[in-house]
Design a protein around this ligand. Structure first.
Ligand SMILES: [Zn+2]
Length: 245
């Protein structure tokens, strides 16, 4: 599929260059993604998400560490319409893993082993996120045999990388919005606004939502502000599978 990107330098923006990328979505939107296995915190976030009709995507790692209560909460999260996605069995750096043990071992241990545990409990992830965002072209090609899309991280100030322009993405670069990213709220809200104006979907990444003392947290207040902006602009809340090939 040919994607036509119309990139225009518009203005100086938060100390870096603002670029617009023309999207082809019928309805602009945002996608919240949450990584790892902070089930209890996400569960406490559900009233906020559900009150605005937000559907998030939860990329689960270390499923074998979850206790029965957490598994039940994850089932409830799924039942509320959120997407349960996959983030490996043990959360290793996959690039290093392949270098040390090879691709076959990675597939067996870090993909199939974790997936089968989730499958046994009724979870069938179709989208994937890389631990630490670490990936290679070879990994992308391999993972895309198992998943509809892979999500890495946007470690740059080129925010257009985090804007999905179609519903048929295979690689997404999520924009970190945890406090560790040090992105001001004004920047994030501006990007939501850009996504609206340009008909695309801003993909964001969070970890904890309710754990004082960690930098890797997007508080409910932060989420609420972003959600309110999207609601005010009549944007849609996409799960990742809805914008994946
Ligand atoms: Zn992770």
């Amino acid at each position: 599929m040919i994607l036509i990107f119309c990139i225009a330098v518009l203005s100086n923006f938060q100390g870096c260059t603002k670029m617009a990328v023309t999207g082809h979505l019928q309805k602009s939107g945002i996608a919240f993604t949450f990584d790892d296995f902070n089930i209890n915190e996400w569960f406490r976030c559900l009233p906020l998400l559900d009150s605005f009709g937000v559907k998030g995507t939860f990329y689960i790692s270390n499923y074998n560490k979850l206790n029965r209560e957490e598994i039940d909460k994850l089932k409830f999260i799924k039942k509320c319409g959120h997407e349960i996605a996959f983030h490996t069995t043990n959360h290793f750096n996959m690039v290093k893993y392949v270098n040390n043990k090879g691709m076959d071992a990675l597939i067996q241990n870090e993909i199939l082993a974790g997936l089968s545990k989730m499958n046994a409990d009724g979870f069938y992830p179709t989208t994937f996120a890389y631990p630490f965002g670490q990936h290679t072209q070879e990994l992308d090609n391999t993972m895309l045999k198992y998943f509809r899309s892979v999500r890495a991280l946007n470690g740059t100030n080129n925010y257009t990388k985090s804007l999905a322009t179609t519903l048929n993405n295979t690689i997404l670069y999520g924009l970190g919005i945890d406090e560790s990213s040090k992105r001001p709220m004004s920047t994030i809200l501006q990007l939501v606004s850009n996504a609206h104006d340009d008909n695309n979907c801003l993909v964001m990444v969070s970890h904890h939502t309710d754990m004082p003392g960690t930098k890797f947290i997007t508080t409910q207040n932060t989420l609420r502000e972003i959600i309110k902006k999207a609601v005010a602009l009549d944007m849609r809340f996409y799960t990742v599978s809805e914008i994946s090939r």
